[in-house]
Design a protein. Sequence first.
Length: 119
Amino acid sequence: MSFSYEWARQELLEERAKLMAQLESLDSVEYENIGYRNHIADDATEAFEQTVGVALKRKVEATLEEVEQALVRLDNGTYGLCEACGARIDRARLEALPYVRYCLECQSRKEKAGARTTP
């Protein structure tokens, strides 16, 4: 069975809808002011929950941007090509992550380089 770009488009559109709904629910969360409770542990818990919420929102936003860029690549005919080396990205990789930008080899190199530069 050959790879279907229409299948990829449908998967990307569904993923975009899920991410937008998730982002909307994260935006609707109201955080309380820290430091106005009677117990420091309550404030610490609230601070932790806010930090996790902000991190999750950033991750969802970044993934949504990846999905949007994949849809652009579908429209301009570069979908499925590695952005680093130009090689075809393996079909199984695209099926697992339809918004992936790099072939497995380039992704691995990128992650290794990132690990070396991270303190």
